[in-house]
Ligand binder design. Structure first.
Ligand SMILES: [Zn+2]
Length: 136
């Protein structure tokens, strides 16, 4: 079901009802003022969007700290995914969440932003990882 939801974002399909259902199952999706998942480039969503949501939700729910967990901003910067999170009181919780975030930030550098296939180069026009097919 999460895959279906991620696909609806990738292909820009209407998903209101599915979204309500998914957010109940993965409340981490609402850990920001907006739905942060929409700020992730298409190729990265295709490749690891589902895993990112699942791992992050697990890390957060393990510490039962959704109230404290806050995603401030999600974006692409210098070819990599950046997820900025708010300050947390509990270091153990912070480390667990940070471990998940770092894993996907690292992964993003070798995944094409256009289609999600392995990136073979860095685009010259805009510094992002791309494959041969998606190089503009
Ligand atoms: Zn590509």
């Amino acid at each position: 079901m999460l895959r279906e939801y991620i696909n609806s974002i990738v292909y820009d399909e209407d998903n209101y009802e599915l979204e309500q259902e998914i957010v109940r199952k993965y409340p981490v999706l609402r850990a920001s003022r907006s739905y942060w998942i929409y700020d992730i480039p298409r190729g990265w969503l295709i490749n690891f969007g589902e895993d990112l949501v699942r791992d992050l939700n697990e890390a957060v729910s393990k510490y039962n700290s959704l109230i404290e967990f806050n995603i401030l901003e999600v974006k692409e910067k210098f070819g990599g995914l950046r997820i900025y999170i708010g300050a947390m009181n509990c270091n153990i919780f912070f480390n667990a969440v940070n471990e998940v975030i770092e894993k996907y930030e690292q992964l993003s550098f070798v995944v094409c932003v256009g289609c999600g296939n392995p990136a073979t180069k860095i685009s010259k026009t805009w510094i992002v990882p791309v494959c041969e097919k998606c190089e503009p």
